[in-house]
Ligand binder design. Structure first.
Ligand code: PLP
Ligand code: COI
Length: 354
């Protein structure tokens, strides 16, 4: 499919790497492609980054027809820029689109659009340690009518933001609160899809946790409020004794690409990894008797983030004396080594942009 490129007449100055934070600065261009039932996907274009004009009745504004993805472009030591498992994001986006009744994008077309956009913006990929160019593909329904139904019109876009670490703590352990009031998702709902509504419904608990000094909440399952699910923006893993436990994908958890990669790396190295149900009671008992040795979250934005404190029903538990554990550090080093091209990618996970 042809991509029309209109370059900006006023390129912005690239930011100083020390000021990046997460998702506050955007590059010079954005990608747009439109969909209608009659024409299918059409009018693929890269245009200067600017505000959108949107019909006030647009489906997304009223009924939340929106899905998104998150992946990063990394600057390697040799100056080249590479993506990490981009096809996984493309496939998950189509799974999310299916759940939200948004149109599918054929994988080869989505890949072509993504890589063309990254090639256009690759100079924005920072090179300081721990920095990258965060890519945010997203799709929304934009029928200009208030009827509730699967959409006839949609727009797919990609924007990019040079980023540093997601948490202000960086690689230092974060404090997480186990939420026992609100729930994020239920089986049969949209938990496994990456849709904006999941995050909107999470904010109330997130705010309450932040007020108490916690970075994010750890969700319990929505039916029994008994089993550990995931954190606001990352999946979770626990080292209990010599077993590494991560909640199994029951339909209400986002199937994280970092989670999948960590599992594959750990299994290859001979660790005992279990994807299973883990009750909050089992976790609390492991915290009390000291068999919980390490806890960490994993996600594209969060990378591998050690958890130094967990709070459940006002009981505070310190994990590994509030320090990063050996497996967490090892995972962080191996994963980021592959992502930034410092370690050989024996899995074939990276894709270099020309
Ligand atoms: N869970 C949630 C709710 C997330 O928002 C994310 C971030 O994308 C993840 C898990 C981790 O997914 P991934 O590793 O694909 O980024
Ligand atoms: C990601 O890690 O890519 C995410 O989407 C998490 C988030 C910032 C919502």
């Amino acid at each position: 499919m042809e991509i029309k490129i209109t370059k900006t007449a006023c390129p912005k100055e690239k930011p100083d790497s020390s000021t990046l934070g997460f998702g506050k600065i955007f590059t010079d261009h954005m990608f747009i492609m439109d969909y209608s039932r009659e024409l299918g996907w059409h009018d693929a274009r890269i245009v200067p980054f600017e505000n959108l004009s949107i019909h006030p009745a647009s489906t997304v504004l009223h009924y939340g027809s929106e899905i998104f993805e998150g992946l990063k472009a990394y600057r390697r030591a040799d100056g080249k820029v590479q993506l990490f498992r981009p096809m996984e994001n493309i496939r998950r986006m189509n799974t999310s689109a299916d759940r939200l009744c948004l149109p599918q994008i054929p994988e080869d077309i989505a890949f072509e659009m993504l890589t063309a956009f990254v090639a256009c913006e690759k100079d924005w990929t920072p090179s300081a340690p721990g920095t990258s160019l965060y890519l945010r593909p997203f799709m929304f329904g934009n029928d200009e009518t208030l009827g509730v139904h699967a959409v006839n019109n949609a727009r797919f876009m990609i924007i990019a933001s040079p980023v540093g670490s997601y948490y202000k703590e960086g690689i230092n352990p974060v404090k997480i609160m186990i939420e026992d009031e609100d729930v994020r998702a239920v089986r049969g709902g949209t938990g496994y899809a990456k849709c904006g509504g999941n995050y909107a419904a999470s904010n109330r608990a997130g705010e309450r946790a932040e007020e108490k000094g916690y970075s994010q909440v750890l969700w319990l399952d929505g039916v029994e409020r008994k089993y550990i699910e995931e954190v606001g923006a990352m999946n979770v893993m626990f080292k209990i004794g010599d077993e590494i436990v991560t909640p199994k994908l029951t339909g209400s958890i986002l199937p994280g690409i970092t989670r999948k990669s960590c599992i594959e790396m750990l299994i290859k190295e001979g660790y005992k990894v279990s994807e299973r149900l883990l009750s909050v009671d089992e976790l609390s008992a492991a915290m009390r008797d000291g068999s919980l040795v390490e806890a960490w979250g994993c996600g594209t934005a969060a990378v591998v983030s050690p958890i130094g404190e967990l709070c459940y029903k006002d009981h505070k538990y310190t994990v590994n004396e509030g320090k990063i554990g050996a497996v967490t550090q090892h995972l962080y080093d191996t994963l980021t080594g592959i992502q930034w091209g410092k370690t050989e990618d024996t899995f074939g996970w990276t894709y270099v942009i020309d």
